[in-house]
Write a protein that binds this ligand. Structure first.
Ligand SMILES: [Zn+2]
Ligand SMILES: [Zn+2]
Length: 281
């Protein structure tokens, strides 16, 4: 009689536990592999096979940079290409090779910048949600988008690099945001190519936000903002360095970092950034 009671109690207990356990497994699986996800830009449902968690409508609003300027990576567009389509090829070719109107008269200290998408309403929303919306999972999405284009168009740029680094964040900003958006992107990008993202540069000054400042004001703000990480001081001579960042605007930040790297003997500097805006005269 007693064994029969024990049997029933155990059965009930096991049943409860089993149910709860499988519910829990289901719950966890749903988080890891949800059947239906939503587009992180407009919230429309999308299938879980969607590679960047963006719906087709939002993806169509993104503009990949086809032929970027060879130096600054900004999209090359003729103002009158609509009317002069037959004549614009030479000028576009010249801009790709010699530098565009934006960078031709500038003396950048880096060799080139490669950007993936044009800065527009949709693409800037991705970065905004990532940086300020605490959606850190977007680091994976953004870095995947970057790597897919690097694989297609610049397959050797990372594999030939000696060091991959990122734009450092000030302590104040790090406290506010909780993470360095460039470092996270660099880590995911490096993961894909079995490389290591290292902190070559330290930010020694808490600079104010550069948004809305013109190029010369940006330069002033950034002056003496960075220093070489002493750990790498004697290891950079003749090396190729990649700098990862989210947005290339005037190039001031990458240029200031490049100055420090050049002073420490770096031979080649390429920046890889997710967005850059079209140069408007
Ligand atoms: Zn959408
Ligand atoms: Zn240019």
């Amino acid at each position: 009689m007693v064994w029969l009671l024990t049997y029933y109690v155990e059965g009930i207990l096991f049943g409860c536990f089993a149910m709860k356990f499988y519910d829990l497994v289901d719950y966890i699986l749903n988080i890891i592999l949800p059947e239906n996800l939503n587009c992180f830009l407009c919230d429309l449902p999308i299938s879980k096979n969607n590679s960047y968690s963006i719906c087709k409508g939002c993806f169509c609003k993104l503009s990949y940079i086809g032929d970027g300027c060879r130096i600054c990576g900004k999209p090359i567009k003729s103002d009158n290409s609509e009317y002069l389509s037959g004549f614009s090829d030479d000028r576009e070719y010249d801009e790709i090779q010699q530098g565009c109107d934006f960078c031709r008269k500038k003396s950048f200290l880096f060799d080139k910048n490669i950007s993936i998408l044009e800065y527009n309403e949709a693409s800037s929303k991705i970065v905004f949600k990532y940086k300020y919306g605490k959606k850190t999972f977007l680091a994976r999405v953004i870095s995947d988008m970057m790597c897919d284009i690097l694989d297609k168009k610049h397959s050797d740029v990372l594999t030939n690099a000696d060091f991959v680094t990122f734009v450092p964040l000030s302590k104040v900003r790090m406290k506010e945001r909780g993470f360095n958006q460039s470092e996270k992107l660099a880590k995911y990008i490096c993961e894909r190519y079995s490389l290591e993202a290292v902190e070559l540069i330290k930010r020694v000054k808490n600079t104010k936000k550069l948004y809305g400042l013109n190029s010369s004001d940006r330069k002033k703000v950034l002056r003496s903002a960075f220093e070489i990480n002493p750990e790498y001081r004697n290891r950079l001579n003749g090396k190729k360095v990649i700098i990862i960042d989210d947005i290339f605007t005037s190039g001031s930040t990458i240029n200031e970092i490049s100055k420090i790297l050049r002073l420490n003997g770096v031979f080649e500097i390429v920046s890889i950034t997710f967005l850059t805006g079209e140069y408007k005269k």
